[in-house]
Design a protein around this ligand. Sequence first.
Ligand SMILES: [Zn+2]
Length: 433
Amino acid sequence: MKAAMMSVLAAVSSVSAMELNQWSGKSLVKLNLNTAEEQVRFAQLADKFDLDVWNRNIDTATGASTVEVVSDIHLDTFQQEVVTPDLETYFADFFATEPVCNNDPLYCIGNATKSGTDSFYENYQRLDTIFAKMEAIDTSSELVDSFSIGTSFEGRDIRGFKITGASGFGGDKKIAVYNCGIHAREWIPPAFCVYAIETLAAEYGNVPEITSLLDEFEVHTIPIANPDGYEYSHTTNNNWRKSRKPNAGSSAMGTDLNRNFEFQWGTGGSSDQPSSDSYKGAAPFDNLESKALADYWDSLSPRAVVQMDIHATGNMWMYPMGYKPRSQCLTDPRGCGVDNEDDFDAHETCGQASRSAIADVNGFDFAVGPITWIIYQASGSTCDHAYGVSGIRWAYAIEVRGPGFQPNPSQIVLSNTELYAGIVAQMRCIVDY
Ligand SMILES: [Zn+2]
């Protein structure tokens, strides 16, 4: 009982500390971008005003798309509708009615007594709870091992765990690496990085397709790639995206870790202003978290064949390149893909395999294509570096279901289930390719 009361108090205090007034006067609007001219004009505005894009749907046949964007500037030259009129009220309601379980093992870990499901996946969890859950899965399965890829700026462990079939890790097994939580406020993906290992462990030996795949693959996940930002997004600012490293000569904190990778760093679609949400850092890899990920991928060479960076939100299943400007793919996605045509085909083929497996689960449809074609130019990203430097052929960056970065937690289970089908289809596609 005492533990329960402490949990409630902790939840309340974290809500009151949250900087909800940052949302004052802001709404979420959906813009229709029907022509190439509108898309280029929006891309320029997004870059200039550092617009906060939450969602994008693209009709890959016609190129027409819609974007959901946080609006506090005039966007009325586009055809638009209001999605959420008052984001301050929206988040105040959200945090009042959806308590975060705050490190309390009674309420967060493996508590299958309520409605026969695991309450871990019924809410967004804090870092310690996620680590405890990972340890519990590791302890309960002989197939699972834990590891650490490094330490964050504020000294937190960047933990991962991995699974393979009964013959063990190593040999000539292929490796698929999935990382979640590089953008702090995107709370829905980390649950998947835990769920994937837990479900693979439960299905090995019981589901023939999973047994077969895990006899050929090691699957590694890093659930919280940006632990400092993730905790800050829970305690203080639920819209925090970046790392928590101070910037010399500026009061603005943090770097967009997904613009801090070395390959084609700073060549477009990132900012040199520390106050920007897409700040690329003062130099490539001047943040411990991005460097730790890249070093980890390099350590797995040449066995690593998949690296997928999982974001929210927007039903997009993207592959390299992100650094190429939109002008190279106004009408043909191939213009923004990798130069190697065989690899482009490999990205597209296995991306479509994931898309179709996901659509079979919940009917949720992902758009598949190069980053710039699907969303916007973004250099110095995980995906480009994994392919361009670490030599990982199937590099993807995906945006999962929303709406928003912190949708109702009821979406977590749906997202987990469909993404799991997506990665199983991905590994099958690669084995058969
Ligand atoms: Zn993101």
